[in-house]
Design a protein around this ligand. Structure first.
Ligand code: C2O
Ligand code: CU
Length: 506
């Protein structure tokens, strides 16, 4: 097979405070918090229905004065932010000069199967001999064939109808068995869908609308990314799977690719599009001013679009893959004051995320409306099929790994057939913490354990944080498209260790 050149070694477990996973310690000199300005990814809009993206290796400055070799979309990390309009079909043409295959998924997109980034529908760089495409995981597991795989060389078009409400989507790599290392190395970006309904609302916009991709990483002394190599030789040793099982965490918190950045803002309201783009880290985010006063978040949207009405939160808990669209109000703060975005699930430096500095007074006539969008009440339809998905450990080719309903992912064998036009109840159950993500159709949370939906479950979701022994029931309707789609854990190491299943819409 092909070795993925990844470096780094694991330290003993740290940071277990409300957070599972192994923390990789950086060897590089880390900058002080809030010394780096917050970057914004470049924006790309379709021209004649087309957006082009070049996947390539690039050396990116993440830590000041050091170069980090990354796998990128267009040479930047995060990749460019794609901005599109609801109902306007866009073709995103990816070319690749990488040295490894990829599969690009639009997370949250209502996308036909052939463009959804099925994990074996690879884009292979032209320099690459297709026969070399490894069919083994980076944990060294045995070959797995997918007779239906559609492999393209050099270039691949992804067609997105975007027949869905305005929201924050993101695109990232989804290659079978290698999603975690390839996303870690840089293959992720925002995709924002806009529509007329949202345009008509009084919400912060322009420079007062900021996408924030929060993702942890770890770095070697020379700036190279650290990531545990799970090669077959290592796997012969006892206990190696255990070090990887919970997921990989870094000790550096990046926002839009910058370590613990600072954003200069007006004393005004801001719309923050929060995305947890981390492999395995969860965050409990809160805002507090330099003199210790908390600041609330007004949630206006979730994964799948605007909420029916705004919801106030003191803290936002986010699992990998989730998005929260919030408005924060800096109007009462004097120029010169600062507001920290903190993570209650981190310790030491991972408890810090970023900081806002109020630079100037400003006028602001935004009034967040009491009615945002039409979202039906999530009701349990009578007589709906209840489909159960049990997320737990499974043997993956004889080794310890993760599975769904006792089975590791097999691209050739879907676990369910779902008739198009049907509404079903899906129940997710786990004995550990897993963020569950469903492709194609958004869902509404009906229940968490014996109770109703939790505070983070409002609106249309595509990723839900499932806690141990707390069955989460969601209502999901599949209207279009026919083909094969995925349900999986969005802890990316779990996903690669086979906690994924195909389902087929028919
Ligand atoms: Cu964000 Cu199937 O992935
Ligand atoms: Cu998981």
């Amino acid at each position: 097979g092909l070795a993925v050149p990844i470096t780094g070694s694991l330290t003993a477990c740290g940071d277990t405070h409300g957070q599972t996973g192994q923390v990789l310690a950086s060897a590089a000199r880390l900058p002080e918090a809030y010394a780096t300005p917050l970057p914004l990814p470049p924006v790309k809009r379709p021209a004649g229905g087309l957006i082009e993206i070049a996947q390539r290796h690039a050396s990116v400055e993440i830590l000041p004065g050091l170069k980090t070799e990354m796998m990128t979309y267009d040479g930047v990390f995060p990749g460019p932010t794609l901005e599109t309009r609801r109902g306007e079909t866009v073709t995103v043409r990816h070319t690749s000069s990488l040295t490894l295959p990829t599969a690009t998924h639009l997370h949250g997109g209502h996308t036909p199967a052939e463009s959804d980034g099925w994990p074996t529908d690879l884009l292979v760089p032209p320099s690459f001999n297709t026969y070399q495409v490894p069919q083994t995981g980076h944990d060294g597991h045995a070959p797995m064939a997918d007779p239906l795989a559609q492999v393209s060389t050099g270039e691949r078009d992804y067609r997105y109808p975007l027949d869905q409400p305005a929201t924050t989507l993101w695109y990232h790599d989804h290659r079978m068995d290698f999603t975690a290392p390839q996303v870690w190395r840089g293959l992720a970006g925002f995709h924002i869908v806009r529509d007329a309904e949202e345009d008509a609302l009084s919400l912060p916009r322009g420079e007062r609308e900021i996408p924030l991709m929060i993702a942890d990483r770890a770095f070697d002394e020379d700036g190279a990314l650290r990531y545990p190599a799970l090669d077959p030789e290592l796997l012969g040793q006892p206990g190696v799977e255990d070090r990887y099982m919970a997921g990989v965490l870094g000790d550096v918190i990046l926002v839009n690719g910058a370590p613990w950045p600072e954003a200069e803002v007006d004393a005004a309201q801001y719309r923050l599009r929060l995305l947890n783009g981390s492999n395995a880290r969860r965050y409990e985010l809160s805002l507090r001013t330099a003199d210790g006063k908390p600041l609330a978040f007004t949630q206006i949207g979730s994964d799948g679009g605007l909420l029916a009405r705004p919801v106030q939160h003191d803290a936002i808990t986010m699992a990998s893959g989730e998005r929260f669209d919030v408005v924060v109000d800096f109007r009462s703060l004097a120029p010169g004051t600062t507001v920290e975005l903190r993570n209650a699930l981190g310790t030491g430096r991972t408890a810090q995320v970023m900081r806002f500095r109020i630079a100037r007074r400003a006028t602001d006539d935004v009034r967040v409306p009491e009615r945002l969008a039409d979202v039906p009440e999530p009701e349990k339809p009578d007589g709906a099929v209840v489909r159960r998905w049990h997320f737990r450990q499974a043997k993956v080719h004889g080794r310890k790994g993760w599975g769904i309903n006792g089975k590791p992912f097999d691209p050739a064998v879907p676990q369910a057939q779902v008739p198009l036009g049907s509404t079903e109840i899906w129940e997710f159950f786990t004995d550990a913490h897993h963020p569950v993500h469903v492709h194609l159709s958004p869902f509404q949370v009906l229940r968490r354990g014996n109770r109703g939906p939790g505070p983070m479950d409002h609106g249309w979701k595509d990723t839900v944080d499932v806690r141990p022994y707390e069955a989460v029931r969601v209502r999901v309707r599949f209207e279009k498209y026919a083909g094969r789609f995925l349900i999986h854990c969005h802890n990316l190491e779990h996903e690669d260790m086979a906690m994924m299943a195909g389902f087929e819409t028919v």
